[in-house]
Design a protein. Structure first.
Length: 82
């Protein structure tokens, strides 16, 4: 597999306004998903992306567990590393 075109940032590389979001993910999940680490290159996009992701996952009538299973299945079908 080739290296990503845009390298995901580590918490130390992230802009100060992104670090609280990284800290929240680390506290909740134990890691920061690659899609957010990559979006961190553009903090203004990462902030809205995070808000959208939370709205999709934490609201609505479909159980969160099913949403997560669909995300894992789609990632697997697309040969994602995460």
């Amino acid at each position: 597999m080739t290296d990503p075109r845009i390298t995901p940032l580590t918490p130390d590389q992230a802009a100060p306004e992104v670090r609280p979001i990284f800290d929240t993910y680390l506290r909740e999940r134990g890691n920061v998903p690659n899609m957010f680490r990559t979006a961190a290159h553009r903090p203004e996009i990462m902030k809205t992306m995070t808000a959208h992701f939370r709205a999709v996952m934490n609201t609505g009538t479909v159980e969160k567990k099913l949403k997560e299973m669909v995300a894992v299945r789609v990632s697997h079908l697309n040969a994602c590393e995460y």
